[in-house]
Write a protein that binds this ligand. Sequence first.
Ligand SMILES: Nc1ncnc2c1ncn2[C@@H]1O[C@H](COP(=O)(O)OP(=O)(O)OP(=O)(O)O)[C@@H](O)[C@H]1O
Ligand SMILES: [Mg+2]
Length: 342
Amino acid sequence: MTAELSAHGLRVEFTTRTGRVARALDGVDLRVRSGEVVALVGESGSGKTTLARALIGLARPVAGEVRWNGSRLDRSARALKALRRQVQLVLQDPSGALNPRQTVYESVAEGLRVHRLVSGSDKTEAELVAAALASAGLRPPESLFLRYPHELSGGQRQRVLIAGALAVQPQLLIADEPVSSLDASIRGEILALLLRLREELGLGVLVVTHDLGLAWNIADRIAVMYLGRVVESGPTEEVLTAPQHPYTQALLSVVPEIEELEPVVLRGEIPDPTRIPAGCRFHPRCPALASGEAEEVAESCRTVPLSVLSGEPDGHRSACHLVSAREGAVPASSTETEEVAP
Ligand SMILES: Nc1ncnc2c1ncn2[C@@H]1O[C@H](COP(=O)(O)OP(=O)(O)OP(=O)(O)O)[C@@H](O)[C@H]1O
Ligand SMILES: [Mg+2]
């Protein structure tokens, strides 16, 4: 059976110390199924980690919903419980994900114990831990049982984290920047491991990354986030060879592996999510608007908010007034009024 994790109009807010509301996610739609690799890309602060956390019920949405195999997490305790085991988050090792005082064995066995999986298996706990380590490419697994994180290389530690997730036999992995701290050669190995897990176990993988080159190498589909929204999504090859949104085009122009493009430097930084610009949220930094290329739609860019264009959920979609005007389509602007920063 195909497992499916999906977000629908998801909105997550934080209240800052000064009492302002930061809308870290502002109407996100996303879908990941078993057997597919989806990359979630975007600049720092675009909301990737918040989305990953909300997808597994760690950040509570103020609007919208998350569904696991069709059941809403906020309405079904059963769906939430199933998701807690079947969807595993793989964190980055330097984020302190591995307890320095725990052996590899203890780290990997933890999930088995939390979800009481040994009693339902004909294998012993040690056999299950060994199998998970082997699946994560750590062989011979027993040789690592009594090691501590500081006795391992960075690549081995990342594999132990993946083994901990695999031990509970999930259907989906969500990996937040799984390789950004690793050397280039080890990055390749970990990415190859994720692809092998998809092939061999039929796992679905949501890879969170700000690296478009990485997305190009491993993802079937890609979702590009900007300031709490998905602004472009679709099959990786289509999105990355024919990007529609000026934001995606700019991100791509500085990735040498993909295409020889004239680098586009984005003006300024991603705004603070307490001050989401009116109109298209990207318009203050939009190269197409700055160059005059989007002159015909400039008024809409400044005043009419956008959500992702309607169309096939798996198709190539983007939220841009210029793209809509060129295609002769009416943009699917948000029904809600967006707050303009005072
Ligand atoms: N607990 C929190 N309290 C207040 N604001 C938060 C909190 N967590 C995230 N944010 C804000 O939400 C926005 C999105 O943050 P998030 O960590 O999801 O971005 P990201 O895309 O994962 O960035 P990075 O690439 O740097 O990891 C940022 O502006 C961030 O400051
Ligand atoms: Mg992050």
